[in-house]
Design a binder for this molecule. Structure first.
Ligand code: NAP
Ligand code: ZN
Ligand code: ZN
Length: 348
């Protein structure tokens, strides 16, 4: 075992503070990664505060991990020492069920092994995430980073990028489709860039006018401030597809009325409190409401390659680890443009 420096929430809602985690000695298929950057996802905030009620503490969050391979196991063939690699939201899965065989490991019948707030393959050893200096991961769950994107700006692709790319692909978004993105935060701003690169006509639905210029610069054609309730009547039956990334509760019934006949709204945001759903907005116009969870390893690699090809990366604010608690407070207030990324050098 190898002791490495980390930052942890010792119990729900506690500020994060220095902590030490044990990383396993690399097995034949493992790579040891010296972490350089780790993005800060709103899911880190939800879980460190136990808003979803499934928290294991102490908790070391972080699932947008980028770093350099410093050691490999004897049977590793995909990576070599010195490669820049990434790790997203899970570090293993059963590998035998139908979803795993299809490469959609996030839907593993036995439950994927989450990068943090989960357990290793042994079913009991807790996993600890990327707010730490090193991590040891099986090569099959490690991603190759695009060479032309700075590592710190690529880190958020590993959750915010794939979580928005996957539904855009699954629902076959194509040129000219009218796509609405609800919430312009970490996920939302990636969604705008990705959907625009797929030549969709993108509209951002945001709770104020503050992010309008940014939204247009990311590739949105239209911007709607939803605090003016009139927009729901003005844009009724307009969108083919809506991706709802809001971290807080939105009135789903209102947003559904924005979809045209057979349109779909996909939820990726996971607010703390459940929503109320009326049948009427669904049955009139045969609308669909669906959800989507991150993405599989194969699709994550496809998304990284797509971002490399199109020069897509996150807009970030780089912070030292000491600023993590302040960053959480600012995220809750919607005050982030558009992803905090921790410079893990500040922990070394
Ligand atoms: P974030 O950076 O904090 O952005 C969330 C944005 O949602 C805010 O910037 C704000 O945008 C909007 N928002 C917040 N509260 C709202 C409310 N009450 N009504 C309407 N809009 C609201 O968060 P994130 O990292 O992008 O994560 C977004 C959500 O996705 C979180 O719940 C997270 O846990 C979840 N998530 C899910 C998956 C998955 O696999 N499904 C993966 C990662 C994250 P405006 O300022 O534009 O209004
Ligand atoms: Zn995330
Ligand atoms: Zn499985």
């Amino acid at each position: 075992m190898n002791s490495v420096k980390a930052y942890a929430a010792m119990k729900p809602k506690d500020p994060l503070k220095p902590f030490v985690v044990e990383r396993r000695n690399p097995g034949p298929h493992d790579v040891v990664i010296d972490i350089q950057y780790c993005g800060v996802c709103h899911s880190d905030v939800h879980q460190a505060r136990d808003e979803w009620g499934n928290g294991n503490f102490p908790m070391v969050p972080g699932h947008e991990i980028v770093g350099k391979v410093i050691k490999i196991g004897s049977a590793v063939s995909r990576y070599k020492v010195g490669d820049m690699v990434g790790v997203g939201c899970f570090v293993d899965s059963c590998r035998e069920c139908n979803p795993c065989k299809q490469g959609i490991e996030q839907y593993c019948d036995k439950g994927m092994n989450l990068t943090y707030n989960g357990v290793e393959k042994d079913g009991e050893t807790p996993t600890f995430g990327g707010y730490s200096t090193q991590i040891v991961v099986d090569e099959n769950y490690v991603l190759k980073m695009p060479a032309n994107i700075p590592a710190e700006k690529a880190a958020p692709l590993l959750c915010a990028g794939i979580t928005t790319y996957s539904p855009l692909r699954h629902w076959k978004i194509k040129a000219g489709d009218k796509v609405g993105i609800v919430g312009l935060g970490g996920l939302g701003h990636m969604a705008v860039k990705l959907a625009a690169a797929m030549d969709a006509e993108v509209t951002v639905l945001s709770t104020s006018d503050r992010k309008k210029e940014d939204a247009l610069s990311f590739g949105a054609k239209h911007f709607i401030n939803t605090s003016d309730g009139k927009v729901f009547a003005d844009r009724a039956n307009y969108f083919d597809f809506i991706l709802n990334t809001a971290a807080g509760n939105t009135d789903l019934n209102q947003y559904l009325t924005l979809l045209k006949l057979d349109g779909t709204m996909v939820l990726v945001g996971v607010p703390e409190h459940p929503a109320t759903l009326n049948a009427f907005p669904l049955i009139f116009k045969r609308r669909c409401l669906a959800g989507s969870l991150i993405g599989g390893i194969k699709e994550t690699q496809e998304m990284l390659d797509f971002c490399g090809k199109h020069g897509i990366s996150a807009d970030i604010e780089l912070i030292p680890i000491e600023k993590i608690n302040e960053a959480y407070e600012r995220m809750i207030k919607g005050d982030v443009r558009y992803r905090f990324v921790i410079d893990i050098n500040s922990l070394k």
